[in-house]
Design a protein around this ligand. Sequence first.
Ligand SMILES: Cc1ncc(COP(=O)(O)O)c(C=O)c1O
Length: 372
Amino acid sequence: MLRLSLPHLDEAAIDAAVQVLRGGQLVQGVEGQAFEEELQARLGCRHAVLVSSGTAALHLALLALDIGPGDAVLVPDFTFPATANVVRLVGATPVFVDVDPASYCVTAAAFGAAIEAWRGPARLRALMPVHEFGHPVKMEGVRDLAQRHGLRVVEDAACALGAQCAGRGVGTLGDVGCYSMHPRKTLTSGEGGIVVTDDAQIAQRLRRLRSHGMERGDGGVRFVEPGFNYRLTDFQAALGRAQLPHLTDWIAARRLLAARYRERLASLARGGRLVLPADDIGHSWQTFMVVLADGVARDAVIRQLAAQGIEANLGAQCVSAQPAFAAFAPRGGSAEALRLFRQGLALPFCERYGAAEVEQVARSLTRVLEAV
Ligand SMILES: Cc1ncc(COP(=O)(O)O)c(C=O)c1O
């Protein structure tokens, strides 16, 4: 089976994790601290805080900004549900905003229209742009909006470690940025997440909430507020740390693979059978998702590709169409997000694939789509 993606753990990464296991300091050791410092240097931010998942990163980001009951947060309607789950989990209201059909991302214009249309009663507190599949949201417009309306910006860069907007790393362009290190991501620690910020007070709060609400001082340990155990283990940090120096090369390889796919699938696009994803100079290409023509049964295409040894999947959800968020669905729904959810097809994609895999997928996909 040609897998959707493969984690990229070379012998050096595995050795680094094994060394931690043999050493016996499994949590809160030197690997975690070194990885945080290296992430700060790589991303150009003051504070990087390792956590146990991308979801934990988003959860702590909202809590550290004191977002809770009585507050509302603008969330794109095409994403993984974790983005909206955390809004509900802190007791706030998610306000869903439709996305751009080409980039699959929310735009500042759509956020602006939603702000103008918002009538409460919850108080708008934050914008959560999602850099979907690594495509960077244009952050300048988002930041301007936030400033004008006194809102916070929490970037969901779960898929977008290494993506850039105007030459700067996405995730470092709002108040707080969140990344995931799940195995489908370019850099993986199994499970894992990173929260970044330039604000020392927010960073202190993130670290405290990550570890039971605990602070160490001259007088010893104090538990200042209720917190979680959202820590990353040191052997996971060692895995991530070993991959970080390769990230730039891996993204370059992914750009090349995306270009190959675009070229090889161009005739299917010209024939109206699918739409190719938008490119962007700062795209980190975590996922390559095409959008099948309306009327093509996407799930049947997934089954037929599987029968030919190719794993494919849907891309992301239209979150407001899920039962958990029925009470928050926008009037009239989110037409673009719904179409991307129903017709989106993620194809096998990672830096270890090349021309042969693209050829295999393109041939099978052409056969399948020409038969419908
Ligand atoms: C956009 C987005 N946000 C959040 C998450 C959650 O990350 P994790 O699976 O590490 O909890 C994901 C995971 O796929 C995601 O794609």
